[in-house]
Design a protein around this ligand. Structure first.
Ligand SMILES: O=C(O)CCC(=O)C(=O)O
Ligand SMILES: [Fe+2]
Length: 265
């Protein structure tokens, strides 16, 4: 399938349901994304592509790097001066397994999607950015996350301003993405302590983002407080993260690489 400019589009993308090469379609996606801080495009990836990626990823679950940590919602170290029960210092738990970009096969449909020029241009239009680039380095661009029974991601804000994900395999229960859109404006240094405290004590209502395997999900994780509830049952939650930057040459810090992957290259 080709777009308006005759550009071939990765066959894994269902361009019949999602005309990503069409400016009007991109504009309507952007309006939804801006209004909600999140966008779910149901059935974005074709079933055959998902099944293939699940087949090529599932047996690598044992090779994944597993980490469990306690952290605050800002993913920084604590500040003892503020007191242990200050929202800045409240601790939550995260545990997941991860395979890095260099563990994903060269011919995986995930790579075709990630590098597809029409897909990248569509993301720019929806996100309102001029350029989109992979991470420098060999680990961070495409990752597959595994959450087996009991694993969860605690409440947090992402470091990056946007996230692009796709669920590969849903668990029997749990693994629910909960969030509060636009809880803060990180660009002006807003820490939103009162609301962060209220979400963590259950006093502020949160929203649930529903998505199924094959749905494309975009969200503004730097300003939306979000979590993924613990997986229930024996089916592992599997999710792809397509990580991009709006500038070239960005790489995670050495300590972030060690935390996420247990290695730096
Ligand atoms: O697993 C998800 O749906 C979200 C992942 C996430 O929030 C993250 O990796 O920071
Ligand atoms: Fe996140």
């Amino acid at each position: 399938m080709a777009d308006r400019r005759g550009q071939l589009i990765a066959p894994a993308i269902d361009v019949v349901r999602h005309a990503i090469g069409d400016q009007r379609y991109a504009a309507s996606c952007r309006a939804q994304f801006d209004a909600r801080g999140a966008l779910v495009l149901h059935g974005f990836f074709r079933r055959e592509a998902i099944e293939r990626v699940v087949r090529e990823s599932a047996h690598r679950e044992a090779e994944a790097f597993y980490a469990r940590s306690t952290h605050n919602v800002y993913l920084t170290s604590s500040n003892p001066d503020l007191g242990l029960d200050h929202p800045f210092n409240l601790q939550v738990t995260s545990s997941k397994g991860l395979i890095a970009d260099d563990q994903i096969p060269a011919d995986s449909p995930l790579r075709e999607i990630y590098h597809d020029p029409t897909f990248q241009m569509f993301l720019c239009q929806v996100l309102g950015i001029d350029e989109i680039h992979p991470y420098a380095g060999t680990l961070s661009s495409i990752n597959v996350h595994f959450a087996s029974e009991g694993m969860e991601l605690g409440w947090h804000f992402d470091n990056s301003s946007f996230a692009v994900t796709m669920l590969l395999q849903a668990p029997e229960g749990g693994g629910v993405f909960e969030y509060v859109p636009n809880l803060r404006d990180a660009d002006v240094g807003d820490m939103a302590y009162a609301r962060v405290g209220a979400v963590l004590t259950g006093d502020e209502p949160v929203e649930t983002l529903h998505f199924d395997p094959g749905d494309l999900v975009l969200f503004r994780g730097r300003n939306a407080l979000h979590r993924v509830t613990p997986t229930e049952g024996s089916i592992t939650r599997m999710l792809v993260v397509f990580a991009f930057n709006d500038q070239p040459g960005v790489e995670l810090s050495e300590s972030a690489l060690l935390t996420f992957y247990g290695r730096t290259n």
